[in-house]
Design a protein around this ligand. Structure first.
Ligand code: AG3
Length: 278
């Protein structure tokens, strides 16, 4: 191993590493430790509290899947919200849907937004310009959601891991507040970590969301830079079933990972993942 390497300790006993060309930013924000590294294998990479959040090479998988599965399940999503996601990747995907009139991003850490604008322009493109359909708020997502009722068509939680500042974003009372903030046919999606290394979390979150939403489903995608590679998302929907759609009617989108077939297939779970939900 030569030169400078970055290493994320993914679990107590496992790490993932890559060689680093350049350290672009290293900063302690009011909320977390923030790094932007230029890596040989994945290009520029955003790291928060030591955990890889997104990289230029593989960001499309996560950002397309956390948004399009929900938005394409809704026939007419107009008012949409992302909690977290200060890098801008999810909202960039969201506004690919022409139905969306106002897409709001609520990020608690302004420094993440600023770092993304400066070092990850491909990802932050939608929050960097003055797009009239995009609203960026620097505030606590939990507080924001508690103030809304019967308001959003879609709520997406694009959080960090369930440690430190993000713990409250995996709590049942937060999910209940999201349920209230959604319209009668609203849809909610949260990133819910690795089926290999976060089994208890996935079980617990699925149970909590099922107790609130009549239709609760888990879907997966492959993100090479996240622990285990296989990543989970949990959806709560009040009316629309993401598996009972006329696939030929889905909105056509310019994407690299998401297709109507991938939408459908993402709900087909490996047995050990399906078993977590029983
Ligand atoms: N949010 C989920 C990142 C989780 C990765 N965990 C880890 N590397 N230990 C990503 C934010 C991208 N918008």
């Amino acid at each position: 191993m030569e030169g400078v390497w970055f290493q994320e300790l993914q679990t107590k006993n496992l790490s993932i590493g890559c060689s680093v060309k350049e350290v672009l930013l290293k900063q302690q924000t009011d909320f977390q430790k923030l790094q932007v590294l230029d890596t040989d294998i994945w290009g520029r990479m955003l790291v928060l509290d030591g955990a890889i959040q997104t990289t230029i090479e593989d960001e499309f998988v996560y950002h397309e899947m956390i948004t399009h599965v929900a938005l394409n399940t809704h026939p007419n999503p107009k008012r949409t919200l992302i909690i977290g996601g200060g890098d801008g990747g999810a909202i960039r995907e969201m506004i690919k849907h022409d139905t969306v009139e106002k897409a709001t991003l609520v990020e608690i850490d302004k420094a993440v937004i600023e770092a993304a604008k400066k070092y990850l322009p491909e990802i932050s493109v939608a929050i960097a310009g003055n797009n009239p359909r995009v609203e960026v708020l620097v505030e606590d997502g939990i507080k924001h959601i508690k103030e809304k009722e019967n308001y959003y068509d879609i709520v997406i939680v694009d959080s960090t891991d369930p440690v430190g500042p993000a713990v409250g974003l995996f709590a049942k009372d937060f999910y209940a507040a999201i349920h209230r903030a959604l319209k009668d046919d609203g849809i909610f999606v949260a990133q819910t970590e690795s089926p290999f290394y976060n089994k208890d979390l996935i079980r617990r979150v699925f149970k909590d969301i099922s107790s609130l939403f009549p239709i609760t489903k888990l879907f997966t995608a492959n993100v090479p830079t996240y622990p285990g590679g296989l990543w989970s998302f949990t959806m709560g929907s009040k009316v629309y079933d993401p598996e009972k759609l006329d696939m030929s009617k889905l909105r056509k989108l310019d994407t690299k990972y998401y297709t109507p077939e991938v939408h459908k297939a993402s709900f087909v779970l490996p047995k050990f993942v399906g078993d977590l939900l029983k």
